[in-house]
Design a protein around this ligand. Structure first.
Ligand code: PHE
Length: 340
């Protein structure tokens, strides 16, 4: 019996010395002081001893119980104390300037950023933002825009035709013009950013899918002056600097007269690589809405007139952010995307 008690004592000391946490300690408690622990076991065994033996072993057992309980309580208190000190120390040494592992941060795509900016500008001028379908009927993309099926202007925009007869992927956001006139009638002032598709070979300045922004304003007495004022005002807001515009005659079947509008190069005064040494940047197709188009939209051209323009958003973003290849926008390359 003596021997057993001694073994329990050494065993307990060893385990106690190895207990590092409160959980470790709890395990030790269960093993030695618990209801089925080593000491209870011993007490049970004692019942089988003779009265003489009990008289000798009894006090021994009492002693060892007390000793073990005492040692355990001490260790427990010490550990609690150490933990409290550790927590306090941790708080005291908490370093708000400590560096953290760098994490990957997302950002809005350049498209989204520039579209949000354009929308803000136009909303501040009283325009509404509308959406239009990308899968479109010939009628809205061409026919109602004064481009009948035999019109050579169809060749200006190589079209992705769908297997469904008369259906296509819109080649321009101008399809929104007719939808909006049909729905809202006149007067109206809308902008509509979105994807357009053209069946073209890709290169640094051509994509088969790109972004346009369409603007349409219809009211009584709308003239070329309204168009020029509006384009100059919004271009200055986009480039955040004084910007001149230049107007050249051009042709689009859905406007009359038709023009192209260039902005003075935001980078130079006397010519640079970005404006191809011309000091001008071609940006938009525009004009006064053709009477045929107004009529197709259910609006009386004797009462109302309007202007419309369409602009390549990719091109605008490329100029604004000095991007050299339109294909970057959809490349999904982190090195490109992270810059914005
Ligand atoms: N839709 C024309 C294009 O894609 C641009 C345009 C819009 C021209 C509105 C005039 C008026 O080229």
């Amino acid at each position: 019996m003596n021997e057993i008690i001694r073994n329990i004592k050494t065993d307990f000391s060893n385990q106690l010395a190895n207990a590092r946490t409160l959980e470790d300690l709890e395990q030790v408690r269960i093993q030695f002081l618990g209801r089925n622990g080593a000491l209870s076991e011993l007490t049970k065994q004692m019942r089988e001893l003779s009265p003489e033996e009990k008289r000798v072993v009894g006090p021994l057992l009492m002693n060892v119980k007390e000793e073990i309980q005492q040692a355990f309580d001490n260790a427990h208190a010490q550990l609690l104390d150490a933990q409290a000190r550790f927590e306090k120390e941790k708080q005291r040494n908490f370093d708000v300037t400590a560096s953290r592992r760098p994490s990957l941060e997302g950002s809005l795509h350049v498209y989204t950023q520039i579209i949000q900016k354009l929308e803000d500008i136009f909303i501040s001028m009283g325009y509404r933002v509308v959406d239009g379908p990308e899968v479109e009927a010939d009628y809205y993309n061409f026919e109602a825009l004064n481009i009948p099926s035999d019109h050579p202007a169809r060749d200006m925009q190589d079209t992705f035709w769908l297997n469904i007869p008369g259906m296509l992927l819109r080649t321009q956001t101008s399809n929104v013009q007719i939808h909006t006139m049909e729905k809202d009638h006149a007067p109206l002032a809308i902008v509509s950013p979105g994807r357009v598709y053209r069946n073209e070979a890709r290169d640094a300045s051509h994509e088969f899918m790109f972004m346009q922004l369409e603007c349409l304003y219809i009211d009584k007495n709308v003239s070329m002056a309204n168009l020029l004022y509006t384009t100059q005002t919004f271009l200055e807001a986009v480039f955040e600097k004084e910007t001149k515009i230049r107007v050249r005659p051009s042709y689009f079947p859905f406007v009359e007269p038709g023009v192209e509008i260039d902005a003075s190069c935001p980078f130079c005064k006397s010519g640079c690589a970005k404006c191809k040494f011309s000091t001008w940047i071609e940006l938009l197709g525009a004009g006064l809405v053709h009477p045929h188009v107004l009529r197709a939209g259910g609006i009386d051209p004797e009462v109302y007139s309007g202007f419309a323009f369409g602009m390549g958003i990719d091109r605008l973003a490329m100029i604004k952010h000095d991007i050299d290849d339109v294909r970057h926008f959809k490349s999904n390359k982190m090195a490109f995307l992270e810059q914005f």
